[in-house]
Design a protein around this ligand. Structure first.
Ligand code: NDP
Ligand code: MG
Length: 392
């Protein structure tokens, strides 16, 4: 039996469903062993019926009976709650844990999986933002691989194959610039949730789509790159590349730059994370140079899109500062999605959290959990105090 058992945390999301597509097309290579959802019971049930995993876990315990009843005729173990995920990712038969849930919720399951010597296919970038040093340290200690799923990091990872003895001089992360590229503060003052959710090149979950519009996604990715590739903040550049064809680049000490290219399609980095170091054939649409006669590049506008500067600042300060920025961002994005925070107020609130929350230079896991809680409460209070101009 040569199939690799994959645990998919967040199987009902954008990355999760695309991972299942990759597995469906390569059922000789992979088996979906564990599927998890937050509260989308319908889709979890549908996926479980098709893929027959060993385990299906729903975070929202009020949906447990519904899932259990629907799957009762199948040999699938149904569990509920966050702790069930943390406990089950350690299962002996799992080879790779693909982390595709959103936000801080990914931290504890990822740590549990690493401690159980599972390789991680990491989409959940927030985990490395919050606790990059701790998580990459544990991965080294347990000799497990962290295989990037994020397209930029997968691109760099692919550029670094065969370059193990050549330290990079610089990493160049590309960013599409999102739906508000080129816009000024006057325009951003009035953008709505619906405007922000129209990403030009990628279809993704709501949180990361808002992060892309505010450039926080690129800020989180700078921090993610720092830990994945062990480089300093000053070795990571961001360039706006609106066509999203070059997914990112690595520059070596002789000045040579390698780029990884292709049409924007997350199934490729997902597949590569699962098949590394091998590549397997697929029928994904191929890139054609003559369809894209011009690939263009611009400097990011850091004065308008302040989140990117805030993320660099958090990375340079270190300690629990990236955890603070992540928690504050999760709260303001949820607020923006529910029309209770304006687009520009997101950066203001994040910055205030960075100034006011207790800074810890060398945080433990408990410190991260506390910082996350504390920051969420503080940010939520700021939201309630900040008058929102009618944004509909
Ligand atoms: P989605 O919102 O589409 O999906 C999120 C998944 O996680 C769903 O299965 C959801 O369950 C589950 N989930 C949400 N909140 C929790 C929670 N608190 N605890 C447990 N499970 C939870 O997100 P995406 O797929 O877009 O993104 C997932 C991760 O991948 C993020 O970290 C994102 O930054 C990263 N990523 C995504 C890319 C993309 O193209 N989408 C590209 C690069 C990185 P339910 O459906 O029940 O709500
Ligand atoms: Mg990305």
């Amino acid at each position: 039996n040569h199939t690799k058992n994959i645990a998919i945390l967040g199987s009902t999301g954008s990355i999760g469903t695309q991972t299942l597509e990759v597995i469906r097309n390569n059922s000789n290579l992979f088996r979906a062993f564990l599927l998890t959802a937050h509260s989308n019971a319908d889709l979890l049930i549908k996926q479980a019926i098709e893929f027959k995993p060993e385990y299906a876990i729903i975070c929202d315990e009020s949906k447990y009976q519904e899932v259990k009843t629907a799957l009762t005729h199948l040999p699938i173990k149904v569990l509920a709650g966050h702790q069930a995920i943390v406990d089950t990712v350690t299962h002996h038969d799992i080879a790779v844990v693909l982390t595709a849930m959103v936000g801080f919720a990914g931290l504890e399951p990822t740590i549990a999986a690493i401690k159980a010597n599972k390789d991680i296919a990491l989409a959940n970038k927030e985990t490395l933002v919050v606790a990059g040093e701790l998580v990459t340290g544990l991965a080294k200690q347990h000799n497990v691989k962290i295989l990037p799923v994020d397209s930029e990091h997968s691109a760099i990872f692919q550029c670094l194959v065969g370059e193990e003895h050549n330290p990079v001089e610089k990493l160049i992360l590309t960013a599409s610039g999102g739906p508000f590229r080129g816009r000024g503060l006057d325009f951003l003052a009035n953008v709505t949730r619906e405007d922000a959710l129209k990403h030009p090149n990628w279809v993704m979950g709501a949180k990361i789509t808002v992060d892309s519009a505010s450039l926080m996604n690129k800020g989180l990715e700078v921090i993610e790159a720092r830990w994945l590739f062990d480089v300093g903040a000053d070795q990571i550049d961001v360039v706006i590349h609106p066509q999203s064809i070059i997914h990112s680049m690595a520059q070596f000490k002789d000045g040579s730059i390698k780029a990884q290219m292709g049409l924007p399609d997350m199934k490729l980095p997902i597949q590569y994370a699962l098949t590394y170091p091998n590549r397997i054939a697929n029928d994904f649409k191929r890139f054609n140079f003559t369809d894209y006669p011009t690939l263009t590049f611009e400097k990011p506008d850091l004065d308008t899109f302040r989140n990117l500067s805030l993320a660099y600042a958090a990375l340079k300060q270190g300690g629990n500062m990236p955890c603070i920025i992540n928690a504050a961002n999760e709260v303001v994005v949820a607020g923006f999605l529910s029309h209770s925070v304006s687009f520009l107020a997101m950066s203001t609130i994040i910055e205030e959290c960075m100034q006011k929350i207790n800074f810890i230079k060398q945080p433990t896991l408990t410190d991260y959990l506390n910082t996350d809680k504390e920051t969420r409460i503080f940010a939520q209070n700021l939201i309630e105090k900040t008058p929102v101009k009618a944004i509909q």
